[in-house]
Write a new protein. Structure first.
Length: 357
């Protein structure tokens, strides 16, 4: 009989626990787009370093190589293309404009701080002199910075997306549960789903202008116009995927709900939503992506505040820096779109994980 060294057992147990933690963390690394961290951790833990290096090359090395190749091709070919605004800017010129836009934002912020400091000093002087009727509180009205434009677009797309979700999910559940509701909604979906945001925008603009006659409310007209346009164009993927998810529920589960005599609310919350959740989140991710693209187009056409207006203003400006600034906006739009999708994927993973526990 051979005795097993207790120290060896303890080492194996610790190693097993270490790999269990790494595998659990891998789920969130994938959600955050950091799946390449897992092979590094496994290699450090001693799990076949050669295989982990190969996986690391696939997950990180190949994408980094592709990005470098893209930047080299861009930097080589861009100066050879001449436009009305000069040569197409390369990576260095675009990066320079990133710094310039940041510097412009800092200067505008300093102006805003100085404005409020002067206002506070002036009001304090009026109060000290007993002229309280001359005290005024004004809002700084300087031009929006690049960061302000980004924040405006993000707020708008989330507001429009929220309205779309509130409308689409209940309608999708109804369409999935009821053949009659599905027959009623299907022709409307088929007619309105392909409509371009450029067609919706004039209609939305006229209706909002007619109904929302003042800009003194909680939201400005331009914000509502952009948000409602996003809603009208982005609700369809969520509606369709929700209906598909609900209608695909196992018929045995539906039979069980009838046997248990579940009321409608209990059936939806305890049976329908948990079963249809993956497809619902797929629809939400698609809707948010569509909404982000629609918003930029709507802001450009309607000249509403946001990244779309920034792009259009730079195009109209026609300075030597305009093309590089437009390209900065293009990369910003793409990166934000990627991050929005990651946020939705993280929420999907959280809800799915909680549902499966």
């Amino acid at each position: 009989m051979t005795a097993i060294d207790p120290d060896t057992l303890d080492a194996e147990a610790r190693r097993a626990r270490r790999f269990t933690r790494i595998n659990k963390a891998d789920t969130w690394f994938r959600v955050l787009g950091l799946s390449w961290v897992t092979p590094i951790l496994k290699a450090i833990a001693g799990d076949n370093p050669r295989a982990q290096v190969k996986e690391l090359w696939q997950l990180l090395g190949v994408p980094v190589f592709a990005i470098i190749a893209f930047l080299l091709a861009w930097g080589t070919l861009a100066p050879q293309v001449q436009t009305s605004l000069g040569a197409v800017p390369g990576p260095a010129q675009v990066w320079e404009q990133v710094g310039n836009l940041h510097a412009d934002a800092q200067r505008e912020k300093e102006k805003e701080i100085a404005f409020y400091e002067r206002q506070d000093a002036r009001n304090a002087e009026h109060i000290a002199n007993g002229d309280t009727d001359r005290v005024r509180e004004r809002t700084y009205t300087g031009k929006p910075t690049y960061y302000d434009q980004i924040w405006t677009s993000i707020k708008t797309v989330f507001f429009g997306f929220l309205i779309a979700s509130v409308v689409a999910i209940p309608l999708g559940i109804a369409a999935g549960l009821s053949v009659t509701a599905n027959a009623a909604l299907n022709p409307l979906i088929q007619i309105f789903k392909p409509v371009s945001p450029l067609a919706w925008l004039p209609i939305v603009t006229m209706i909002v202008s007619a109904v929302y006659t003042s800009n003194d409310g909680m939201f400005s007209k331009s914000f509502l116009i952009s948000a409602i346009t996003v809603t009208l164009c982005s609700l369809w993927p969520t509606l369709i995927n929700t209906a598909l998810g609900v209608s695909s529920i196992d018929k045995d589960l539906v039979s069980v709900s009838r046997v248990l005599k579940m009321n409608t609310w209990t059936k939806i919350t305890k049976l329908v939503l948990p079963s249809a959740l993956p497809l619902i989140f797929t629809g939400l991710r698609l809707s948010l992506g569509v909404g982000w693209m629609v918003l930029i187009a709507a802001e450009m056409l309607a000249q509403n505040p946001g990244l779309g207006k920034f792009v259009w203003d730079e195009f109209q400006n026609g300075s030597s820096q305009s093309l590089a600034r437009i390209m900065v906006a293009v990369f910003t739009i793409g990166i934000i779109g990627f991050l929005l999708d990651r946020v939705m994927y993280a929420l999907q993973s959280m809800f799915t994980f909680s549902n499966n526990r």
